[in-house]
Write a protein that binds this ligand. Structure first.
Ligand SMILES: [Zn+2]
Length: 130
């Protein structure tokens, strides 16, 4: 697997955002976290195997993984939806869809509000119906 060997080749931890998806190039750290001061879209494809895409109308997802580590995802607002106990969203940098356990999302309430607004009230019957 060429992708994985190149991934482990020049890996550096970004001192600003803590991602392992960073590398040192000409004495500069370039990392794959959108919004980080060290972000460089050119290293995204190297680490993720897909080019960086622009996330339109982004929302932040504050996630705590099973190790208790906080992670921040930048997600496409229109892509948010609930699938069972997971939140499904297209996230930066590649726009790939991921599923995150709802219970581990710190700003779950704010995201659920967005989803409810977008779905126009969800599964509840309209109030005018008698
Ligand atoms: Zn960084």
């Amino acid at each position: 697997m060429g992708f994985f060997s190149s991934l482990f080749g020049g890996k550096t931890r970004c001192p600003l955002c803590g991602t392992e998806f960073a590398r040192t190039e000409s004495s500069r750290i370039r990392c794959a976290t959108p919004g980080c001061a060290n972000y460089d879209s050119k290293v995204v494809e190297k680490f993720y195997g897909a080019p960086a895409v622009e996330i339109k109308d982004p929302v932040e997802i504050h996630y705590v993984n099973f190790e208790g580590a906080k992670k921040r995802f930048l997600a496409n607002r229109a892509s948010l939806h609930i699938k069972g106990v997971h939140l499904s969203a297209e996230v930066a940098p590649t726009g790939k869809r991921i599923a995150l356990k709802l219970n581990n999302i710190a700003n779950q309430a704010a995201l659920l509000d967005i989803i409810n607004q977008q779905s126009g009230g969800g599964d509840e019957p309209p109030l005018l119906q008698r």
